[in-house]
Design a protein around this ligand. Sequence first.
Ligand SMILES: [Zn+2]
Length: 70
Amino acid sequence: MTMRTYRYFVCPKGHRGEERTSENDQPFSKNWEHVTLTGMKEAPPNSGEGERFVCEQCGAEMLPAMSARD
Ligand SMILES: [Zn+2]
């Protein structure tokens, strides 16, 4: 069984980003988690504040969005 989780982000200029996480916990396969980023990329891990993303189009920091269509 595969479970997918979506999280949506938006940058200050209005560009949208999406993080899609797929998890598979079938007993006969090794647990795995796969993360796909759309419209953004991981920020360099130099801030010490954990997971951050930046916009692929303008490089601004992405902020969590309430929904995909606000
Ligand atoms: Zn942007």
